[in-house]
Write a protein that binds this ligand. Structure first.
Ligand SMILES: Nc1ncnc2c1ncn2[C@@H]1O[C@H](COP(=O)(O)OP(=O)(O)OP(=O)(O)O)[C@@H](O)[C@H]1O
Ligand SMILES: [Mg+2]
Length: 512
């Protein structure tokens, strides 16, 4: 029997190096994880967090360095070996098989089997369903095991990824930004589960951009910067300001937005709009009455699942309504999305990979993708593309959004999660529409980049674009909002203007 104590180091990475071509991503990183510890891993977008997790789970092989598990050096690590050794990775971007059900996705690779006479082995579908139902219940997720994965919302995909990680009897679980796209209630339940695992002596690595969450739940926090370990602190002996300083050399300042535009021109109007869900997990929109004014920076806020995406899609012409009226730029909304884009209404989806980006294409191509149908580009070069100008614009956007690496031709599938999101935002910048609907634009984006983004929004508004931000991370966007509309359960439950806007007031309205 192995005798353990609470300070026992379960997993250790020593001097890990990793490069992709010329891109040196990790440089001599040391990391240790104790038994029964929750260890936060923080750092800017592209600092190497996901890469380190991938190495510790055998997805990538390090160029140099050692991995030691329970005091024993691991000679070879593949994802299969990692799982057998009790290491489980809950991915930042959920790994979902769209032709399978929720329960098949949860138990993929671990399907319970039954033997038939004659030695035939078959998947035990009843058990499969039962186990996944149990784990979904444990997590408190309201998700049917029988649902088709292709109909899941981004938030539900995240739930599947988390449920899957919890089905393994793991010693170590690596959670890569698990609370993104999660409602506060689900996030609370996840924290409880993490503490339960900790109390059972399991160890957890927790990657997040939400520093206060890290302080709430982690015993120690390690910070990476440019692929190097800046340091490791004991949460109780440190504070948010110190960790923020470790994360970034330049502590970002919140843009102070004093100008309150009082425009009278209504550019979007919804009258008694009701829209039924098109798929499971969608929220029904109920009797929405709303006017949006030109140039006013409006935030439509609410928890994940409150109907924000549905409302954005109704305005963009992507989702049809069941009753009521939607007038956009003086005309009834059209359900021909391209037509809406041509009119100048552009929707940037919350989900990066499925609805948002084309993984194999470059940063430049992903940015100019739909934009070529619209705005200055389309007017200048009808039916054609000026490649030189396209590239120049991509270079400019990469610089302004601080996308790493600064290479227009880099395929987006190889970008870090936050940088993928920035490419999507860059598309909006290239298009310069009249109305820009941004769905969860700060999700997965580090704090300094979120600040750059807010500054950009302010500039857009000055240039005559009307940005509408749909967000559950409203604390991040508040400094620039002139007006806040609060959604709860598919209904508008409150509205705040200018000076009345505060985090406390919004929280009260959201929760009532
Ligand atoms: N397969 C790959 N090929 C080339 N470069 C890669 C690959 N995977 C990751 N990188 C690069 O490694 C760097 C670190 O990426 P990583 O995903 O580890 O960052 P991260 O800290 O998780 O960031 P985020 O907070 O945005 O998720 C990035 O510059 C990224 O482009
Ligand atoms: Mg990452």
């Amino acid at each position: 029997m192995v005798v353990t104590n609470d300070n026992e180091i379960v997993l250790e990475a020593r001097g890990i190096y990793k490069s992709f071509g010329y891109n040196q991503v990790l440089t001599g990183v040391d990391f240790s994880l104790k038994k029964g510890e929750i260890h936060g891993l923080l750092g800017l977008n592209g600092s190497g967090k996901t890469t380190l997790l991938n190495i510790l789970n055998g997805v990538f092989e390090p160029d140099k360095g050692e991995i030691v598990l329970f005091g024993k050096k691991i000679e070879k690590l593949t994802p299969e070996i990692a799982k057998r050794l009790g290491l489980v990775l809950c991915n930042q971007i959920p790994m979902i098989f769209y032709n399978l059900t929720v329960s098949e996705n949860i138990l993929i690779g671990q399907e319970p089997v039954k033997k038939w006479a004659g030695g035939v082995t078959l998947i035990d579908k009843t058990r499969l369903r039962q186990i996944s139902e149990e784990v979904l219940e444990l997590c408190g997720f309201e998700l049917s095991p029988d649902a088709n994965a292709k109909s899941l919302t981004p938030s539900q995909q995240k739930q599947v990824e988390i449920a899957r990680a919890l089905t393994y009897n793991a010693q170590v679980i690596f959670f890569d930004e698990p609370t993104n796209m999660m409602s506060p209630r689900d996030a609370e339940r996840l924290f409880e589960l993490m503490l339960e695992l900790k109390n059972k002596g399991k160890s957890i690595v927790y990657v997040t951009h939400r520093i206060s969450e890290a302080f709430r739940i982690c015993d120690r926090i390690t910070v990476l910067r440019d692929g190097k370990r800046v340091g490791t602190v004991i949460s109780k002996e440190s504070n948010v300001a110190d960790v923020v300083a470790m994360i970034s050399r330049n502590i970002a300042s919140v843009p102070e937005h004093k100008k309150k535009i009082t425009s009278e021109e209504v550019i979007i109007e919804l009258r008694n709009v009701t829209a039924l869900p098109d798929k499971i997990g969608e929220r029904m929109l109920e009797d929405i009455n709303l006017k949006i004014f030109k140039g006013q920076i409006t935030g439509i806020v609410g928890v994940v699942g409150s109907g924000k995406t549905e409302l954005a899609k109704v305005i963009a012409g992507i989702k049809s309504i069941n009753s009521g009226e939607v007038i956009v730029l003086g005309e009834p909304v059209s359900n021909n999305v391209l037509e809406m884009i041509k009119r100048g209404v552009f929707y940037l989806p919350e989900d990066i990979m499925v609805e948002g980006l084309i993984p194999a294409m470059s940063i430049r191509e992903n940015m100019s993708l739909v934009g070529l149908e619209l705005g200055e580009f389309a007017a200048k070069y009808p039916g054609g593309i000026n490649r030189k100008e396209e590239k120049e614009m991509a270079v400019e956007i990469i610089r302004r959004l601080n996308i790493v690496p600064q290479n227009t031709e880099f395929p987006v599938q190889r970008l870090s999660g936050g940088n993928k999101k920035k490419v999507l935002i860059g598309r909006g910048l290239l298009v310069k529409p009249k109305i820009l609907l941004l769905d969860e634009p700060t999700m997965g984006v580090d704090i300094p980049s979120s600040m750059d983004f807010l500054n950009m929004i302010l500039k857009w508004a000055e240039e005559g674009i009307t940005p509408i931000i749909f967000s559950s991370e409203f604390e991040r966007i508040l400094p620039i909002l002139e007006r806040v509309i609060i959604l709860r359960d598919g209904k508008i439950v409150g509205e705040l203007y200018g000076e009345e806007i505060s985090e406390t007031k919004i929280n009260t309205l959201i929760a009532e």
